[in-house]
Design a protein around this ligand. Structure first.
Ligand code: R5P
Length: 272
């Protein structure tokens, strides 16, 4: 996606924030580590500061909760910061979609955030509530020229990840005014990207079987029009997270093919 087109109608402040996330080539490697907001100390992210060490030099942006930002990332971090701003349910609660707003735009400004992230749960009992979370955040964030990233969440129902559902959710997020939409890769992904007028980043979901599966997901997402990835578990639950993030970066920014990225991954891993 042409970066200029993405930001041309925005104010200087919003453009500047978006450009901390989406880079000069119009692409982004965003590392997602906000999982603890409903999953607690997830495998691979038990100690965020330690887990981040090999990853920080290779990512454009982080997506995380305010508490992990302030306790595990040094203030000299130069990349984009996307703050988890909705939440309120845990993995052991009845319904993950029962979310409210957990961070207000002024607090995000104080933390020098580049964007706020709000989940929407389309087709659930709390659909309206989560859409109102998005609407309220977009309206309030506009006062500070703070971008909002909408997450098309599926909760525990991973089977929902098909083009019809994701196109519906992504389009609704864009219609509400989200600046970036985070969704999942799926078969016929062009249906999702072509009907959503805002930049799309893809999540990885639960850990895939092989590294090549992850590289194919990244490559196919970009080919189908995504501007990059906002990925977590398939990076930091890997045997070698540092090699994994560098191989993904090569796909996103250097147009590596999946097999080339796999070779790079193996090379980096074997160096140790
Ligand atoms: C989901 O809502 C979380 O906010 C994660 O940021 C998202 O699922 C991306 O991480 P992963 O690649 O592990 O799915």
């Amino acid at each position: 996606m042409d970066k200029k087109k993405v930001t041309e109608k925005m104010s200087w402040g919003k453009k500047n924030r978006i450009r901390k996330i989406i880079q000069d080539d119009g692409r982004v490697v965003m590392l997602a580590l906000d999982h603890g907001y409903f999953l607690g100390p997830t495998r691979g992210m038990e100690q965020p500061r330690k887990a981040l060490e090999p990853l920080l030099p290779h990512v454009d942006s982080l997506m995380l909760s305010p508490g992990i930002l302030t306790s595990c990332v040094e203030p000299d971090f130069k990349g984009g910061i996307v703050l988890r701003s909705s939440g309120g349910s845990s993995i052991i609660s009845d319904d993950l979609s029962n979310e409210g707003i957990i961070l207000k735009p002024l607090e995000a400004v104080k933390l020098n955030a580049s964007a706020m992230a709000i989940s929407i749960f389309i087709g659930t009992k709390y659909e309206k509530q989560t859409l109102m979370n998005l609407a309220e955040t977009i309206n309030e964030a506009a006062k500070y020229e703070m971008p909002v990233l909408a997450v098309t969440a599926v909760g525990k129902e991973l089977e929902k990840r098909d083009a019809r559902f994701l196109a519906l959710s992504s389009r609704i997020a864009a219609e509400f005014g989200a600046d970036i939409v985070k969704t999942y890769y799926c078969e016929n992904f062009e249906k999702v990207t072509s009907t959503c007028p805002k930049p799309i980043v893809v999540a990885g979901g639960p850990k895939l079987e092989t590294e090549l599966d992850v590289f194919e997901l990244c490559y196919n997402s970009i080919q189908a029009g995504a501007v990059g990835v906002d990925m977590g578990r398939n990076i930091w639950q890997n045997e070698d997270p540092g090699a994994m993030v560098q191989a993904i970066k090569a796909i996103v920014h250097d147009n590596y093919k999946p097999k080339e990225a796999e070779e790079l991954y193996k090379e980096l891993k074997n160096k140790k």
